[in-house]
Design a protein around this ligand. Structure first.
Ligand code: PLP
Length: 362
């Protein structure tokens, strides 16, 4: 392949569109005729203003957000949002609902508890090793928000439909599936996503926050931990991660102009995932770990008949130019992360390899 690149199934940081990397390569030496690298220009300059404003505008168009939503670029990863959400938006004396669906939601719950916040774990799929989404959860009408993880990167599950919380704002960690499919944003008060899975490189977290949630932010928080600091400064209170924001802008441009938006990418994402799930459903060698109604279109987790075969599978796949197929260190097994930038061609190469491996080892 071009530049000797492999088919990359890493969970995050993950594959980026080749055209984005090529454009970034040019900009790394001389960005848009400025005579400076994209990493050398001021965050207070006109060229950077255009980058960040374009990234915000594209986010709003792609997700069909109305003017009540602010798009912010923060540091500290999605992990800092586990704390910032309750610090900013869960007043003392009030409570919030949390749905526990895997490693990341467990961490979000822990951070809220560390802060001494009052939270209800309204549903959990821990009883079956987080292999399903608890669609039948009941939510409390008096809660300030309901926190969910839209896609569980490690366990390979995803909300196929978002819950009806009867008007209570949903706060969603969409780190591993933002921009992978269209959805109605209206029920959402906050959406946050570490960029390094589906929209860019590491170092920046996109936070989409609605005006009513901003009204909950208390005065007595450090500036850097307050949403309003960033909403009132277009994410330019201090030096933002300029390069990461630039790559996000290019990825969103690719998504809008080359792919044609979220309706289009969803079709491609479904087609890619189906190729893999069809293998699990038509044989016994590869076994998917997620229950069918909760299967992720982004992270496909599976097991082989033995750990020994899994080791051999990952090793031989790597030799064949298929990388990043090892499951998360906490769960073992195999995982193919097939985010937006992973091509259909790449997934076909993987499924072809899987069929041959089964023939030789089944
Ligand atoms: C990767 C991931 C995180 C952690 O993101 P960081 O940016 O590393 O803090 C949180 N939630 C989900 C769903 C993830 O996939």
């Amino acid at each position: 392949m071009k530049y000797n690149r492999i088919y990359n199934f890493n969970a995050g940081p993950a594959a980026l569109p080749l055209s984005v990397l090529e454009e970034a390569k040019e900009s790394f030496l001389n960005f848009a005729g400025t005579g400076m690298s994209i990493t050398e220009i001021s965050h207070r300059s006109k060229p950077f203003d255009e980058i960040i404003n374009d990234a915000v505008a594209r986010t709003k168009r792609l997700l069909r957000l109305d003017e009540s939503y602010n798009v912010l670029f923060l540091q500290g990863g999605a992990s800092l949002q586990f704390a910032m959400v309750p610090m900013n938006c869960l007043p003392d004396g009030k409570s919030a609902d949390y749905v526990e669906t895997g490693t990341w939601s467990t961490k979000a719950i822990k951070e809220a508890q560390v802060l001494g916040k009052n939270i209800n774990i309204v549903a959990s799929s821990k009883d079956k090793n987080f292999s399903y989404i608890p669609y039948d959860a009941k939510y409390n009408a008096e809660s300030v928000y309901v926190h969910i993880t839209s896609n569980n990167t490690i366990k390979g599950t995803q909300w196929s439909e978002f819950p009806d919380t009867k008007g209570v704002p949903i706060v969603a960690d969409m780190s591993s599936d933002i921009m992978s499919r269209p959805f109605d944003p209206k029920p959402f008060g906050i959406i946050y996503a570490g960029a390094q899975k589906n929209i860019g490189p590491a170092g920046v977290c996109m936070v989409i926050i609605r005006e009513d949630m901003l009204k909950l932010v208390p005065d007595n928080l450090p500036s850097m931990l307050k949403y309003t600091t960033f909403s009132s400064s277009n994410s330019l209170y201090n030096t933002p991660p300029c390069f990461s924001i630039y790559i996000i802008q290019l990825v969103l441009k690719w998504l809008e102009e080359t792919i044609g938006g979220l309706d289009k990418i969803e079709v491609i994402n479904k087609e890619k995932a189906k190729l893999l799930y069809d293998i699990f459903d038509s044989g016994n060698f590869y076994k998917g770990t997620a229950t069918p109604d909760s299967r992720s279109l982004m992270n496909i987790t599976f097991r082989l008949p033995s750990e020994e075969l899994e080791g051999k599978f990952i090793q031989e796949a790597t030799k064949n130019g298929l990388g990043g197929l090892k499951g998360h260190r906490s769960v073992g097994g195999c995982r193919a992360s097939i985010y937006n930038a992973t091509t259909l061609e790449g997934v076909k190469a993987l499924t072809d390899f899987m069929k041959i491996f089964e023939q030789n080892n089944g």
